[in-house]
Design a protein around this ligand. Structure first.
Ligand SMILES: [Zn+2]
Length: 118
């Protein structure tokens, strides 16, 4: 539900040793790394990079394709390679992930500045 999730063995600072981690991606960017042993999650603020990346992904689609999509949504999506299809609901999930991770990093860095979260 939260973008693309992959697994890797990384060193967890809380566990003090190598553990299995869950890596949550938004598009091609790694957003959150979560230790599956202790649940310690480390978020990264990738909002600027994500938006730049998103602009590139959207820009690679000509407007003609978009018009065709509006007329024949089903036929259009099945006729394209999976990686080039940007589904609206996936986008929403990605953005939610990116923004919540960014809010988490800001909270930690400022020592929990209340009321500063948008
Ligand atoms: Zn851990």
């Amino acid at each position: 539900m939260m973008g693309t999730v992959e697994h890797a063995t990384l060193t967890c600072h809380r566990c003090g040793r190598e553990t299995r981690h869950e890596l949550a991606y938004a598009g091609r960017l790694l957003v959150v790394t979560t230790c599956t042993r202790c649940g310690n999650g480390i978020g990264r603020d990738v909002r600027r990079r994500y938006l730049a990346d998103l602009r590139q992904r959207v820009a690679s689609k000509p407007g003609r394709m978009l018009r065709r999509f509006r007329r024949h949504p089903v036929g259009f999506t099945t006729s394209l390679p999976r990686t080039t299809v940007l589904k609206p609901w996936e986008l929403v999930e990605e953005m939610r992930l990116v923004w919540s991770a960014a809010a988490g990093t800001r909270g930690r860095e400022t020592g929990g500045c209340r009321g500063d979260r948008h």
